[in-house]
Design a protein around this ligand. Structure first.
Ligand SMILES: CC(C)(COP(=O)(O)OP(=O)(O)OC[C@H]1O[C@@H](n2cnc3c(N)ncnc32)[C@H](O)[C@@H]1OP(=O)(O)O)[C@@H](O)C(=O)NCCC(=O)NCCS
Length: 146
């Protein structure tokens, strides 16, 4: 059974574990900071009790910025990422948000294609943003507010 729920600080170990097995973006201390940040929310995609996906986003005025979006490697290419993203988009639209923003490495072809399917468009570039020298693409999706 698939479900999506908001995570809280008690779930920090789960976040660190999935992160360490995927993109290794944040240390435990950084995850702890994310849980404390104003306007930041952390959602998990679960199969039964297993967290297989995590999204960290921050809402500022009428925009949401996705700062982290990952699906467990074993569960990729099965539609789980799309299910999770569709849920989040509907949620943001219900909140009457206008825009969804994120950054992705230009070398991350899989994620780039994934976001294109959700009508994210390139709106900027941060040159040499990542430690390997690759550029970050800034992407934006216009939300349909009711
Ligand atoms: C990007 C990411 C979240 C996608 O998650 P996912 O669960 O694999 O997403 P989906 O399964 O919904 O879609 C991925 C692809 O699988 C395909 N797919 C979905 N279900 C499928 C199925 N049953 N059989 C075959 N292919 C399938 C989709 O069509 C899609 O292909 P496309 O991108 O060529 O159109 C995942 O690759 C990931 O975690 N990457 C590492 C982290 C990352 O890069 N995050 C983004 C940077 S912020």
């Amino acid at each position: 059974m698939i479900s999506i729920k908001q995570l809280n600080e008690r779930d920090i170990e789960l976040c660190c574990e999935l992160d360490s097995k995927t993109i290794s973006l944040w240390s435990k201390k950084q995850w702890a900071n994310e849980f404390k940040k104003d306007g930041t929310k952390i959602f998990g995609l679960l199969i039964k009790n297993l967290v297989i996906g995590i999204c960290v986003f921050q809402v500022v005025l009428d925009e949401a910025q996705i700062n982290y979006f990952v699906v467990n490697k074993k569960f990729r290419k099965k539609g789980f990422g799309s299910y999770f993203m569709s849920y989040l988009i509907k949620r943001f639209e219900k909140l009457n948000l206008r825009k969804l923003l994120l950054e992705v490495s230009e070398s991350n072809v899989t994620a780039d294609r994934f976001y294109s399917r959700f009508d994210f468009y390139n709106v900027g570039i941060r040159k040499n943003y990542y430690s390997d020298g690759s550029h970050a693409l800034l992407k934006e999706k216009k939300l349909t507010t009711k």
